[in-house]
Design a protein around this ligand. Structure first.
Ligand SMILES: [Zn+2]
Length: 367
């Protein structure tokens, strides 16, 4: 039993990899400008698994434990003083990164942080959202329409591709005219699938490449959105590219550094490759360096990295989730393949599951 100011939470000890545990923590009263949020559910992603394996992440100062979770939907349950714009009962999600004092952060773009001394809730130096109740400052809280409650924890992963496409559009202002007509998405994990839906919602001819042959749950989502699913075990990316018109945009979310360089070879003229995979480890590959360089130079091609997302991307992602549901009712929700509660085995809840796309942990605060 927990007292009223204590809640159950999912934590790791970053210094001791491999152990996901249920803990009880105290929740403070919301301070000026802050709200208390009763958490409905939190998504589990590859970053959480890297954290559990001890590959990344560190706890907040003064503790050995880090509460996980950075994909959240909840309802405002308590208001601090000096709070405008939010009311109890509002459905909300929360951004992840908190700024340091660098020029980019001061300019309002912590996702473009120069010094990388930022904190990230549930990842780096700040507790995450896998707790029954959390406290957050109003500045980082985004309201979500009620009807998006089942999918609103996908806002955060969707912001990654919202930013990617926005960056590509900003870059392409170098051209007098850019017609985004044909795109390739590398990888059919949650990021690749959300990228596929985003591009399809804009009417872009989209080809999503992954290893696993169809039928599988990810391929079904790709196909239902009107995109084409290609298993690279059945058709190579190079063979596919030979059948396509100029590839205008590639979103790389395969998690493989080898695929990053293969993607450079597929890129059409005047096009953009946005790299989204944080590839841990120290893999090396042989690449056709001269050929790649000449192709990038002669074709005016851009390769750009993109991480995290800005406030504008969160606002756009909420709009996109609504648009997805109009275009393909229930399709986004079908990405949630596994559902757990705090009473379940937390190692299973946070682990990779066969055929699984997105696992969520329910915190029991739904209506
Ligand atoms: Zn910064």
């Amino acid at each position: 039993m927990t007292t009223s100011d204590e809640v159950r939470a999912v934590a790791i000890t970053p210094a001791q990899p491999g152990n996901v545990k249920l803990v009880t923590i105290a929740v403070a009263e919301p301070g000026p400008g802050e709200v208390e949020i009763s958490v409905i559910r939190v998504g589990v992603c590859g970053t959480d698994r890297e954290l559990i394996r001890g590959e990344i992440g560190f706890p907040p100062p003064g503790t050995d434990d880090l509460i996980l979770g950075h994909e959240v939907v909840g309802r405002v349950s308590k208001l601090g003083s000096d709070l405008i714009g939010l009311a109890p009962g509002d459905l909300v999600t929360v951004t992840v990164r908190r700024p340091d004092g660098c020029a980019a952060c001061v300019a309002g773009e912590p996702d473009m942080c120069l010094d990388r001394n930022y904190t990230e809730r549930g990842i780096a130096g700040a507790h995450g959202f896998m707790a029954e109740r959390i406290i957050e400052h109003r500045d980082w809280v985004i309201r979500v329409p009620d009807r998006l409650e089942p999918v609103a924890m996908l806002t955060e992963p969707l912001t990654v591709v919202e930013k990617a496409v926005r960056q590509a559009e900003l870059i392409q202002r170098r051209l007098n005219y850019w017609n985004l007509k044909t795109a390739v998405v590398m990888g059919a994990g949650p990021i690749g699938l959300l990228g596929t839906l985003l591009l399809r919602s804009r009417g872009v001819d989209t080809y999503t490449l992954a290893r696993t042959p169809a039928p599988n749950p990810a391929a079904a989502i790709v196909t239902a959105s009107g995109a084409t699913y290609i298993s690279t075990r059945e058709q190579s990316a190079q063979d596919l590219a030979a059948t396509l018109p100029n590839i205008d945009l590639i979103l790389e979310s395969s998690g493989s550094s080898q695929v990053v360089f293969e993607s450079m070879r597929l890129l059409g003229n005047n096009s953009v490759l946005v790299l989204l995979s944080l590839t841990g480890g120290h893999d090396t590959h042989e690449v056709p360096a001269a050929e790649l360089n000449t192709s990038l130079v002669a074709g005016n091609k851009v390769v750009v990295g993109s991480v995290n997302a800005g406030m504008v991307d969160f606002a756009n992602a909420v709009e996109s989730l609504a648009r997805f549901d109009e275009l393909w009712p229930g399709l986004t929700a079908s990405m949630i393949t596994h559902r757990f509660t705090l009473d379940d085995d937390l190692a299973a809840a946070t682990g990779k599951l066969p055929g699984g796309i997105k696992s969520v942990i329910e915190f029991g605060n739904g209506r």
